[in-house]
Design a protein around this ligand. Structure first.
Ligand SMILES: C[S@@+](CC[C@H](N)C(=O)[O-])C[C@H]1O[C@@H](n2cnc3c(N)ncnc32)[C@H](O)[C@@H]1O
Length: 251
């Protein structure tokens, strides 16, 4: 199948990932993806039935974004996957606000796997730690350049490094965002480093703005993306053709 865009590290296909993946000979190290949750009136926000089963035929490791409601409503579709952990993305701006619930400023990324845990690549990324008081090492604040973290949380530490916290503060840029549900590269980076070895291949079934591809290439991984909307494919191709961009996030 002819890619919509390809360079040394990223290949993008236009179409329905459930139809395209069976005809590609892919063996990704992991999936990092953000499906339509089916929770908004956005034209493309319709749950693609069966995609977790298609994904399970390709790899044994997957990060999937979603709300708790989405995961609970669709739990039968994830039956072939085991849950290893969840990470919370704390946003800098609220998303969809129905007006009758808490102001929602977070999303979940769940890590699923299949088979034996020992056979799954999982390298928890580490962040620099600072000594706050004697004998107590604390991860640096999230707003330091190049470092994500949870303010004030304490982590297990070795050699001056702390395990990356499970709450990630990462900002959405209003100036460069091309997509209503764009994920920040800074959020995707630790997920990719965790589940994909350097030089490995990351698959995203729902490409959106192309953030997964940007994060993968910035961390020395390769990526295959599939996106059903041609307008978004064009935006991804434009983004990738500009080379590695600064993360462009606002504080
Ligand atoms: C939640 S958004 C992904 C946003 C992306 N993570 C980002 O950072 O920009 C989901 C995307 O999946 C696309 N999509 C929906 N159904 C699809 C399908 N069956 N195959 C491929 N892409 C699909 C939508 O057009 C939308 O851009």
């Amino acid at each position: 199948m002819k890619p919509y865009y390809a360079d040394d590290t990223v290949t993008l296909y236009h179409g329905d990932s459930r139809e395209i993946l069976p005809i590609l000979d892919l063996q990704p190290d992991c999936i990092v993806t953000d499906p339509p949750y089916g929770e908004t009136s956005l034209e493309w926000d319709r749950w693609p039935d069966g995609w977790p089963t298609v994904a399970a035929k390709l790899t044994s490791s997957m990060w999937c974004f979603g709300s708790m409601r989405m995961f609970l409503d669709r739990r039968d579709e994830f039956a072939g996957w085991k849950l290893s952990q969840d990470v919370v993305w704390r946003k800098n701006v609220a998303g969809f606000q129905p007006g009758d619930r808490f102001n929602r400023i977070h999303e979940h990324a769940l890590h699923f796997y299949r088979g034996a845990w020992g056979s799954i690549h999982h390298t928890p990324p580490r962040v620099p730690a600072v000594r706050r008081r004697a004998g107590d090492l604390i991860g640096r604040a999230a707003n330091e350049p190049g470092v994500t973290g949870a303010r004030g949380a304490s982590f297990q530490v070795s050699d001056g490094l702390a395990y990356h916290p499970s709450v990630v503060d990462a900002s959405i840029s209003r100036t460069v965002s091309q997509h209503p549900t764009e994920k920040p590269v800074r959020l995707l980076d630790p997920l990719i480093r965790y589940a994909c070895p350097p030089g490995g291949l990351v698959l995203d079934l729902f490409g959106g703005s192309g953030s997964t591809a940007d994060a993968a290439r910035m961390s020395g991984r390769r990526a295959v993306l599939i996106e059903a909307n041609e307008g978004y494919c064009e935006a991804i191709a434009d983004r990738l053709a500009q080379g590695v961009l600064p993360m462009g996030e606002v504080a």
